[in-house]
Design a protein around this ligand. Structure first.
Ligand code: DAH
Length: 344
């Protein structure tokens, strides 16, 4: 019976020598020294031997087991060392190679303009108030004094959702209502806020109009706010934004949520009012809509219009960015073309 043990030993030794990788070695271990390995089974089979053979067989089987375990440990050590050396060589780093260029990100041109806005309006005492982009029809229109079915609603083509009354805001003005209600403490506290953020309209995308764009709304509510405050404040903003020589003018206009309403022009900062391609030879550039907050809107915000008044305005950062940098197509803004974005 010990013959089979001897041939098992020879076979196992040959297998061990042939093992050149940890994977093969692991398979070998399983085959010979594992719980159900052949050597272990051989040791275990002592009990089945005829009595007189048991001592010799058992002794030899154990010797073989110990010998193979030792040989296995040695082989394992050698393979590990070889593999480590190989890995080190393969993973060697050539520190003399030139480094990969680091691509530095930059701010989006609209973000630059928005940050200018925040900085300037902060110096004028306006805090940033973030209102929601998903609005309800009531807040976006009705509470802003757009009567139901009134043609004024068509000034802004709306993106509706499948839920009744839930829309994407078409302008930042609904934030006026939310700001007044949240910060006004039932119409008892003055407010000075700007409301920046994305707006959405169901429009044909062209060089001049996009389905999404930023607006920055402004709202100032107090006990003695007059049109002069609006004009002075906007004039200060224009100086800070476009330079100390910047002149503004106000043109009568119409918005449902302001009365009176005005459009704000700044003297063309490219030609100094002489007339050029960008201002279409008018010498003036439109930069904002504005007006005195309509009494109905004040009321909807929780204020008594007999005691409180206010002004509001709305500006388009993309439009101002386009004017500043001579960008002639608004579609560049959300097209993610690095050739455009890397210029800012
Ligand atoms: N919400 C207007 C629009 O999207 C812009 C606007 C005009 C905002 C006059 C105002 C304002 O606050 O007073 O066209």
């Amino acid at each position: 019976m010990t013959d089979t043990l001897e041939s098992l030993l020879v076979e196992a030794q040959a297998g061990l020598e042939a093992a050149k990788s940890s994977e093969v070695l692991r398979a070998w271990e399983l085959q010979y020294l594992g719980k159900k390995g052949r050597v272990i089974e051989a040791v275990r089979s002592v009990g089945a031997m005829p009595k007189e053979e048991r001592a010799a067989y058992g002794k030899r089987a154990n010797e073989i087991k110990v010998a193979l375990e030792t040989a296995y440990a040695e082989r394992e050590e050698a393979i590990k060392a070889a593999e480590l050396a190989q890995n080190l060589e393969a993973g060697e780093i050539d520190v003399t190679l030139p480094g990969r260029p680091v691509n530095r990100g930059g701010l989006h041109p609209s973000t630059h303009t928005l940050r200018d806005f925040y900085r300037i309006w902060a110096t004028l005492g306006f805090q940033v108030y973030h209102s929601r982009e998903v609005e309800d029809d009531d807040t976006n229109f009705t509470l802003l004094n757009f009567p139901p079915h009134h043609p004024a609603r068509e000034m802004q083509d709306t993106i509706f959702t499948t839920r009744p009354n839930v829309i994407l805001r078409t302008h930042t003005s609904p934030g006026q209502i939310r700001g007044m209600r949240e910060l006004g403490e039932n119409g008892t506290k003055p407010i000075r806020i700007i409301l920046p953020g994305m707006c959405y309209r169901y429009e044909q995308i062209t060089a001049r109009s996009e389905v999404q764009f930023n607006q920055v709304e402004g709202l100032c509510i107090g006990r003695n706010i007059h049109m002069t405050d609006l004009k002075g404040t906007i004039a200060e903003f224009a100086k800070a934004m476009f330079g100390p020589q910047a002149k503004v003018r106000f043109r009568a206009s119409y918005f449902p949520f302001t009365e009176p309403s005005m459009e704000v022009d700044v003297e063309c900062f490219l030609c100094g009012g002489q007339g050029c391609r960008v201002c279409k030879y008018a010498g003036w550039l439109e930069i904002a809509g504005s007006g005195m907050v309509h009494p109905v809107v004040l009321q909807n915000g929780g204020y008594d219009p007999k005691e409180w008044s206010g002004f509001a305005f709305g500006m388009g950062p993309e439009r101002i960015t386009m004017l500043k940098h001579g960008i002639n197509d608004i579609r560049y803004f959300w097209a993610n073309d690095l050739r455009f974005l890397e210029q800012f």
